[in-house]
Ligand binder design. Structure first.
Ligand code: G4P
Ligand code: NA
Ligand code: NA
Length: 188
């Protein structure tokens, strides 16, 4: 998606360790017009898939997910990173965060994900794919099925995209970062 690629080149910053900082339009300040354009592109890319629900993980996935949901008139469920004390009937899985070098649990209430659901997963980044694999585990545990996974930015030099596609999952990324070597952003 050209508009997104132009924005990454203009406002994205490279951090040590292969991290792309996009906090002035995705991860801290958000650009709702760009997010909406991303959502329209997701809708186009997944037009041939059938699903009744959008799923994401808090926090940064919520904005693009909700815009996709609003375009398609579908509910959006976000997996939570803390178990609310008021939640008693939930599915849980563990996610290892490569960037934070620790594991965390994600949960979803069984009332919002079950055997009658077929879901589209939307998130901001695909790096190692651990967050995506965690959600896939929740989807499987719930008896739901997965229609596809859409990411705003995929880092092709990490293994997530390859692993998910090898499992036969329909993965779409709106911008693909080939390399951040020498703090130079190279997009596909
Ligand atoms: P993975 O989910 O693909 O395995 O990646 P990883 O564990 O490395 O990612 C952990 C968090 O860091 C995720 O957000 C992910 O979206 C984000 N992330 C991964 N690589 C980059 C990057 O190069 N740049 C930026 N800006 N973020 C990256 P999170 O911790 O769940 O946080 P959030 O969704 O609340 O922002
Ligand atoms: Na995220
Ligand atoms: Na993030």
């Amino acid at each position: 998606m050209q508009e997104l690629k132009d924005r990454i080149m203009r406002d994205g910053r490279c951090l040590e360790g292969g991290i792309l900082k996009v906090d002035n339009f995705i991860n801290h300040q958000m650009d709702p017009m760009l997010m909406k354009a991303c959502a329209i592109e997701f809708v186009r890319l997944f037009a041939n898939e059938k699903f009744n629900k959008i799923v994401t993980i808090e926090a940064s996935g919520i904005a693009p997910a909700i815009l996709v949901g609003s375009l398609l008139n579908l509910p959006v469920v976000f997996a939570k990173k803390k178990v609310p004390s008021t939640m008693d009937n939930y599915l849980m899985t563990e996610v290892f965060s490569f960037t934070k070098r620790r594991s965390y649990e994600i949960v979803v209430d069984k009332r919002f994900l079950g055997p009658n659901d077929r879901v589209l997963f939307i998130d901001d980044f695909l790096a190692n794919g651990n967050a995506a694999k965690g959600v896939l585990d929740l989807v499987n545990k719930s008896g739901a099925s997965l229609a596809g996974m859409g990411f705003i930015i995929e880092k092709a030099f990490q293994q997530g995209g390859e692993e998910l596609r090898r499992q036969g999952i329909h993965v779409e990324s709106l911008a693909i970062v080939e390399s951040l070597d020498n703090c130079e952003i190279k997009l596909r």
